[in-house]
Design a protein around this ligand. Structure first.
Ligand code: GA4
Length: 361
C-alpha cells in the first residue's frame, strides 16, 4: 500500500484537509504526530512535507515537557556563568563553547552556543567543564533529552521511509541508531537585540565594535537586522529544533510564483521544527531537499534554541537508495562517507551549497 518514491507528488490539498495536516500561516506545514488518522496518512504527510518544503512543524510529538524544561534550566544556568567560566568549555574545535565565531572559515553570528557530541560518553566528558559543581547532573539531563529526541527522530524517519515507499522503511532510522553515531546537540543563545544585555554580550565575546550610544531608558537601539546565524543548510540527515517563544528562524521557500523568499517561522515552544539535511537529500537522490534557513533575532528578549542533528557513524557510506534511482531520475550524487562529507564541510563557509560538490559530472 506504499507509494513508490518515484511517483510525482499528489496535488496540494484544500486548506482545510484533514488527511494532509495543516499548512499554517506563512506556508509552514504542521504534522500532528499523534493524529488519529492512522499510520498511512501520517507517513504520507511527513513524506510530503519533506518533499515539498524540506521542513515542517511537529506537534504532539511525545518528547516529555519535563525533559525539555530540565535541559533548558541547565543550559540557561550555563549561559548565565561569567565569561571565563564559559570559556572553560571552549573553544569550539569544533565542539565546545563558542561565542560569535562559527566554524573555521570566518563565519560569525550574534550568538553564543554550546556544541556537544550526543553520545553519553562524550557528554560525560564535556560535562566536567560545563557544570564543574556536578557534572553528572548535567550529563543526566542531556542524555535524557537526547534519548527522547532521538526516538522522535527515528519515528519521523520511519514514517518518511514508509511514505516514500522504501523496501525497508527503517533504512533511514537505522543510520542514526548506532552507539557510535556522530549526532550532535547544539544549544544557541541569541542575546537580546536592544537591551543593556546586548552590551554585556558584546563585551563577553570581545567584539571590536564599541557601542557608544545609550538612550535614557537604558536601551540600545539595534542597528537593523542582525544575523544571528547565517544562511545555510544542515549537513546531517535530519535536524530537530526546539526554541523558546522568541521569533527569529526563517526558511527559504518558493512562493506561489516559484520565487525563493525568506519565510518567518512563528515561534512555538511546544513544537519541534524538523529540517531535511544534506545527507537525506543525497540518500533520496534529490527527491527531498535540505532547506536553507537562518536566524535573525531582533527581539528585546533572548532567543534560546536547542537542535539535535541526527547523523550516521563516520564510516557510513552515503549512497542514494536504489528505489530512488530510475531511468527518468538517474543518480545525482556520487557515493561518499560521512567522514569525507564532514571534512569538506569544515573546509567551506557556512552558506556553501556543499552537496553540489558531490554531484556526478
Ligand atoms: C551547520 C549546522 C550545525 O549547526 C553544525 C554547524 C557547524 C559548526 O558550527 O561547527 C558548521 C556548519 C554547521 C556547516 C559548515 C561548517 C560546519 C560551521 C561551518 C562553517 C554544528 C554542523 O554540523 O554544520
Amino acid at each position: 500500500s506504499t507509494t513508490p518514491v518515484v511517483s510525482p507528488p499528489p496535488p496540494p490539498p484544500p486548506p482545510s484537509s484533514h488527511s494532509h495536516g495543516g499548512i499554517g500561516g506563512g506556508g509552514i506545514p504542521t504534522v500532528d504526530m499523534s493524529a488519529p488518522g492512522g499510520r498511512g496518512a501520517l507517513s504520507r504527510q511527513v513524506a510530503r512535507a519533506c518533499a515539498e518544503h524540506g521542513f515542517f512543524r511537529a506537534v504532539n510529538h511525545g518528547v516529555p515537557r519535563a525533559h525539555a524544561a530540565r535541559l533548558d534550566a541547565a543550559t540557561a544556568a550555563f549561559f548565565a556563568l561569567a565569561p571565563h567560566a564559559k570559556q572553560r568549555a571552549g573553544p569550539p574545535s569544533p565542539l565546545g563553547y563558542g561565542c560569535r565565531s562559527i566554524g573555521f572559515n570566518g563565519d560569525a553570528g550574534e550568538l553564543e552556543y554550546l556544541l556537544l557530541h550526543a553520545n553519553p560518553a562524550a557528554v560525560a566528558h564535556r560535562a566536567r567543564s560545563i557544570d564543574t559543581d556536578d557534572p553528572s547532573r548535567f550529563s543526566t539531563v542531556v542524555n535524557e533529552y537526547v534519548g527522547a529526541v532521538r526516538q522522535l527522530a527515528c519515528d519521523i524517519l520511519d514514517l518518511l521511509g514508509e511514505g516514500l515507499g522504501l523496501k525497508d522503511p527503517r533504512s533511514f532510522s537505522k543510520l542514526i541508531t548506532d552507539t557510535d553515531s556522530d549526532s550532535l546537540l547544539r544549544i544557541n543563545h541569541y542575546p537580546p537585540a536592544c537591551s543593556i544585555d546586548k552590551l554585556d554580550h558584546d563585551v563577553q565575546c570581545k567584539m571590536k565594535s564599541i557601542v557608544r550610544t545609550k538612550n535614557g531608558n537604558g536601551l540600545i537601539p539595534s542597528a537593523g537586522a542582525r544575523i544571528g546565524f547565517g544562511e545555510h543548510s544542515d549537513p546531517q540527515i535530519i535536524s530537530l529544533l526546539r526554541a523558546n517563544d522568541v521569533n527569529g528562524l526563517q526558511v527559504l521557500l518558493p512562493n506561489s510564483d516559484g520565487k525563493e523568499v525568506w519565510i518567518q517561522v512563528p515561534a512555538d515552544p511546544s513544537a519541534f521544527f524538523v529540517n531535511v539535511g544534506d545527507l537525506l537529500q543525497a540518500l533520496t537522490n534529490g527527491k527531498l531537499v535540505s532547506v536553507r534557513h537562518r536566524v535573525i533575532a531582533s527581539a528585546c528578549k533572548p532567543r534560546l534554541s536547542t537542535i539535535y542533528f541526527a547523523a550516521p557513524t563516520l564510516h557510513t557510506r552515503i549512497s542514494a537508495f536504489p528505489e530512488t534511482i530510475t531511468a527518468d531520475s538517474p543518480r545525482q550524487y556520487r557515493p561518499f562517507t560521512w567522514a569525507e562529507y564532514k571534512k569538506t564541510m569544515y573546509s567551506l563557509r557556512l552558506s556553501h551549497s556543499r552537496l553540489d560538490l558531490f554531484h556526478v559530472a
